[in-house]
Design a protein around this ligand. Structure first.
Ligand code: BG6
Length: 509
């Protein structure tokens, strides 16, 4: 949440030869460099098993920036200035001697910087490597200074409540909690952070942001991509572990939390934990009624034919892994009692669209005759997270003409139009926060565990009762029919996301 950092800083990336470093981490750091937000004294050291020279490592990273940076391909002079700060160490993560070499290398770099150096260790590795790497870092005394050293762990943090609790226990026995930065990249998205600004920097929304005015809330994270090249990971994960337990619950906590006293890390995190603790536990016998799973079959996305999940590379041909999940959650507190939160996420859906919809209650009494309101809709506030970053309020207005006829119209704020500046990538924001030691947007141990506790009954029940009807939605649709029924049973329906004003709701003339 901070804007710049001035302390010397060295980021050591484990898994430096991997996809995450190539696609996300280094393009983000390079953009920070171009913006001048990196400290003057900055270095990045890559660590991985492959044998590579510094120059080969730099070339590999440049290729990633050229392909994946939001700013497009690199320019030679700028890249050369950045590349001079990059180095590489080939090391086995289980080899204590390699960590001694790493410590010696980092000590030499520190001496070159005039002021005390902050050290960030980024574990861009599979989850199984977290414990061994942190143990080795501790063994080499690289995490001894709790004020100036910290490390970042990627999701998934554990694969269920028991494993996450165990991992937290191991890590917090080795280092201080404040040194652990559990990343969830959704928290770095501009529009996700804007939920806080929208709610707590304006006085007009908060008075109606409660059960008295809001009928229900929908949170949708829809993707058009399939599992891409990640079948090996995804087939042991699924939509609940991969998306619902992390990204969707994070977004929900920001929508539902109480106003924080300040934006200090623990103050905000305490408020989000309160939401998670207030979510009504789902009884196992209620799972079939309150949660829906799906797996995509073959289908068409736009004009492209795409294969079924079970035909994707590295996926079991009889896989029962869900690629879609929807759930109805209730929050037992004063603000939200009896207001359902419907969450849904899936791959290979009709459009890539993430949004939050707060559906308001209907007016208490309709003074207008039915003939004046052929297309009645209660007010709706839609926060577009991606790809269209926006806030839209839908309300009724009189249609011009000599007779009284009402139509829903939209009042719309678009990020792009209002600010006309490029929106930073989530990783840029989050990496800068880590360098500054600001943990507000990162998950604390208890946040992660409570989020697992919320979804654990679903995971248990689904594991015990394998689905018989998979695949149950064709690629290119909005998910399985049962997801529509989840809302229809409550007399509601999913809001179909619309991308641009031009695509505004088609209404009967
Ligand atoms: C990741 C999931 O955390 O988020 C992926 O592991 C998913 O499966 C991705 O595709 C979605 O992120 P974004 O930023 O593209 O919405």
């Amino acid at each position: 949440m901070n804007n710049s950092t001035s302390h010397p800083c060295v980021i050591t990336v484990f898994g430096a030869g991997g996809d995450l470093t190539h696609r996300k981490i280094v393009p983000a750091i390079y953009n920070l460099f171009l913006e001048g937000t990196l400290p003057e004294s900055f270095a990045l050291l890559g660590v991985d098993r492959l044998d590579m020279s510094d120059q080969q490592f730099r070339d590999h990273l440049r290729d990633g920036v050229d392909q994946f940076s939001r700013r497009g391909p690199t320019q030679s002079d700028q890249w050369s200035a950045f590349a001079a700060r990059l180095g590489y160490l080939a090391a086995d993560f289980h080899d204590a001697a390699a960590f001694q070499r790493l410590a010696a290398l980092l000590a030499t770099r520190d001496k070159a910087f005039a002021a005390p150096t902050e050290h960030v260790f980024y574990l861009a590795t599979p989850p199984t490597m977290i414990e061994p790497i942190v143990r080795q870092l501790c063994g080499a005394k690289l995490l001894a200074d709790a004020a100036q050293t910290r490390f970042v762990v990627e999701k998934p943090f554990g694969r269920d409540l028991a494993s996450a609790t165990e991992l937290n226990g191991i890590l917090t026995a080795l280092v201080a909690e404040r040194q652990i930065y559990r990343i969830d990249h959704y928290m770095g998205k501009e529009t996700v952070q804007n939920i806080l600004a929208f709610r707590f920097a304006n006085s007009i929304f908060e008075p109606i942001w409660n059960r008295r005015y809001i009928d229900h809330v929908q949170i949708t994270v829809a993707e058009t991509v399939g599992v891409e090249h990640r079948g090996g990971y995804y087939d042991h994960s699924g939509a609940v572990r991969d998306m619902l337990q992390s990204h969707l619950l994070r977004v929900m906590t920001l929508v539902a939390m109480e106003p924080p006293v300040s934006f200090k890390a623990d103050e905000v995190r305490n408020k989000t934990v309160d939401v998670l603790r207030a979510i009504r536990p789902i009884a196992r016998e209620e799972i079939d009624r309150l949660a829906v799973r799906g797996q995509y079959g073959a289908g068409k996305l736009d004009t492209e034919d795409v294969v079924a999940y079970r035909s994707e590379p590295d996926v079991d041909r009889n896989s029962t892994t869900e690629t879609y999940a929807a759930v109805k959650l209730l929050v037992d507190n004063w603000r939200w009692q009896d207001v359902p939160f419907y969450l849904r996420t899936g791959k290979r859906l009709k459009r890539r669209e993430s949004e939050i919809v707060a559906q308001f209650r209907p007016v208490p009494h309709r003074s207008f005759p039915d003939s004046a309101v052929p297309w009645w809709q209660p007010n709706r506030l839609t926060i577009g997270i991606q790809p269209d970053e926006s806030i839209e309020l839908t309300f009724q207005a009189k249609k011009p003409g000599s007779v009284m006829e009402l139509r829903p119209v939209d009042m719309r704020f678009s990020y792009r139009e209002a600010f006309n500046v490029p929106v930073p990538e989530a990783y840029e924001t989050l990496l800068l926060d880590v360098m500054r030691g600001d943990a507000t947007l990162f998950m604390r141990a208890d946040q992660v565990e409570i989020a697992w506790a919320v979804v654990q009954p679903i995971l248990d029940q689904w594991a015990q009762q394998p689905p018989t009807e998979f695949p149950n939605y064709a690629s290119g649709l909005w998910g399985p029919a049962a997801a529509d029924k989840l809302l229809a049973d409550d007399g509601r329906s999913w809001h179909e996301p619309v991308t641009a004003p031009a695509a505004a709701l088609e209404r009967p003339e």
